[in-house]
Design a protein. Structure first.
Length: 230
């Protein structure tokens, strides 16, 4: 992702001041960070929050694409708002996926009336992806649970009760990401799917987010950029 984002940023006329590939790189990086207009954070769950806080300390807006640090999400959000910082967080930077999010919510609202249909999520990613389910799958699950009364929680394994939403995670080859929502009854099935063909789709959205975040203060996400007037 870092390489793909670099290509898109340079293509759009931006300058890459420095890159961080290890903790040792931060020795010089923290000195340069205040010069950065917007930082882009794509690392690992264990390092993401620390990287975000370095950006906050330097007063540098940061776009975050790392998932898997949900337990600290609310604390980071509070630190952003109370400290008058700027952060843009998304589970998926594909413009198409964020349109898919809206379709998922709308379909769930409709299907809330039809309890003969059970619903599940299937997600496929490359073998190197560390978290399962993906942050995107978790967001899709939250949207469904928020709109379908008969579902109260998601599980990444065998379903033991009817109020559980199955999120099935597959890790194969070099797949950039496929997410499928299925509503199945005894007689038919409704399916919506988003498939990423190239990681560049995430890089394009990430650079768009960085350009949009520049000059702003606050806690933002893709809905703010794509669907609101902020």
């Amino acid at each position: 992702m870092g390489k793909a984002i670099e290509v898109e940023a340079l293509k759009n006329g931006h300058t890459i001041i420095f890159q961080i590939d290890s903790e040792e790189d931060w020795v010089e990086g923290v000195k340069l960070l205040p010069r950065v207009d917007v930082a882009i954070e794509f690392s690992m769950p264990a390092t993401a929050v620390g990287n975000i806080r370095k950006c906050f300390k330097a007063g540098t807006p940061v776009v975050v694409g790392t998932t898997g640090w949900e337990k600290e999400f609310e604390l980071v959000k509070q630190e952003c708002v109370t400290g008058d910082k700027a952060i843009f967080v998304a589970s998926n930077y594909s413009i198409g996926m964020n349109i898919f999010f809206e379709a998922n919510k709308q379909l769930a609202r409709v299907m809330n009336r039809f309890d003969r249909y059970d619903v599940k999520i299937e997600e496929l990613h490359h073998k190197q992806k560390l978290d399962a389910p993906s942050g995107t799958a978790k967001e899709l699950a939250r949207q469904i649970i928020g709109n379908i009364d008969r579902k109260s929680k998601w599980v990444n394994g065998p379903v033991e009760s009817s109020d559980e939403l199955l999120v099935d995670s597959l890790r194969e080859g070099d797949a950039p990401g496929t997410h499928t929502i299925k509503y199945t009854s005894e007689m038919d099935e409704i399916e919506i799917k988003h498939t990423a063909f190239d990681r560049r789709v995430f890089a394009v959205g990430t650079v768009m987010a960085a350009e949009w975040l520049f000059g702003k203060k606050g806690f933002f996400g893709m809905s703010d950029m794509l669907f609101s007037s902020k």
